[in-house]
Design a protein around this ligand. Structure first.
Ligand code: ZN
Length: 315
């Protein structure tokens, strides 16, 4: 591996591009008819789920983009020089925090150019608590609709901070979006309550559902604690087969951004149904089943119900 060499090249390229960006001037968006006379603020989020939340709060008053594309793996993402330029030239950078974006921290110091907000600020993390991750927080807090409300409030505060002229717009958008999140939360609570009491286990590839399962009274089982190079080892597969047999859980799932082969093997050997790919670390493209955060939550709940009950799950 030539990690440090490629990193040096990346940094050199970044500096070159940054100079270029500074001399050509920042991109300006089209006028969107907001109260503010200046061009809309440019917000960069580290991944698609955060970008969608931010877009809902920003409405037409600010431009939001995601550094990583739909479907991208976000734990070990390698930022391009252009990513770094895009973030540095933004008016605001939105992070998840809880150790998710270590790939980006290396290139974009928190004392860097743009203003920034960590959206898990104020959330008490659940620990991963396994092996090499023993003292690390589980970063997937957005999977809890209740905690998503904290994300939304942190986004509202950060936007009002950099763009006080549109603060009232952001507050109104945030309130409307929070109501939508609460409505989806209520629907999920009702539908997931139908899962059989003695088999309330959500078995997935990554341990990404700690926050969601806590919200809805499920137990979590997973092949590996967090996406890394250590995915689907024979030992992990063995342990999951045992768990599925012991709990008699009818269906197992994987996540859309990782290889589902190990879990398909578990399903075959343990006699469970492979329920499909849940959405966690990324939205889908516009024409996919999870183009927004709210649709991601609903698509997952539908998939879990179908996995447990077959095609009659949703009447
Ligand atoms: Zn993840």
């Amino acid at each position: 591996m030539t990690g440090s060499a490629s990193r040096r090249r990346l940094l050199a390229a970044t500096l070159g591009l940054a100079t270029l960006a500074a001399t050509t001037g920042a991109t300006t968006g089209a006028t969107t008819g907001t109260a503010a006379a200046q061009s809309p603020k440019r917000i960069v989020a580290t991944f698609t789920v955060l970008a969608d939340m931010a877009q809902n709060v920003a409405g037409d008053a600010a431009l939001v983009e995601s550094l990583t594309r739909p479907g991208a793996e976000i734990h070990d993402y390698e930022p391009t020089p252009l990513d770094v330029v895009r973030a540095r030239s933004a008016d605001l950078v939105l992070w998840n925090g809880l150790g998710l974006e270590r790939w980006f921290e290396r290139f974009f110091s928190r004392a860097g150019h743009a203003r920034q907000a960590v959206l898990t600020e104020g959330i008490t993390p659940i620990g991963i608590g396994q092996g090499p991750y023993e003292n690390q927080p589980n970063p997937h807090a957005w999977m809890s609709p209740t905690l998503a409300l904290v994300y939304v409030e942190n986004i509202r505060k950060a936007l009002a901070d950099i763009d006080p002229a549109n603060a009232a717009t952001y507050a109104a958008n945030a309130e409307r979006y929070a109501a939508q999140i609460r409505a989806v939360d209520a629907r999920l609570r009702e539908s997931l309550a139908r899962l059989p009491a003695d088999r309330r286990v959500l078995a997935t590839c990554e341990g990404a559902f700690s926050y969601l399962t806590r919200d809805y009274g499920l137990r979590e089982a997973y092949l590996w604690p967090i996406n890394s190079e250590d995915e689907g080892t024979p030992r992990q597969i063995r342990a999951m087969i045992d768990t599925v047999r012991r709990t008699r859980v009818p269906a197992v799932f994987c996540e859309s951004t990782v290889n589902d082969r190990p879990m398909r093997q578990v399903a075959r050997e343990a006699g469970a149904r492979f329920g499909g790919a849940l959405f966690v670390d990324s939205l889908t493209a516009e024409d996919g089943p999870a183009p927004t955060y709210l649709k991601l939550l609903e698509a997952n709940a539908d998939m879990i119900l179908r996995g447990f009950f077959g095609n009659q799950a949703n009447r």
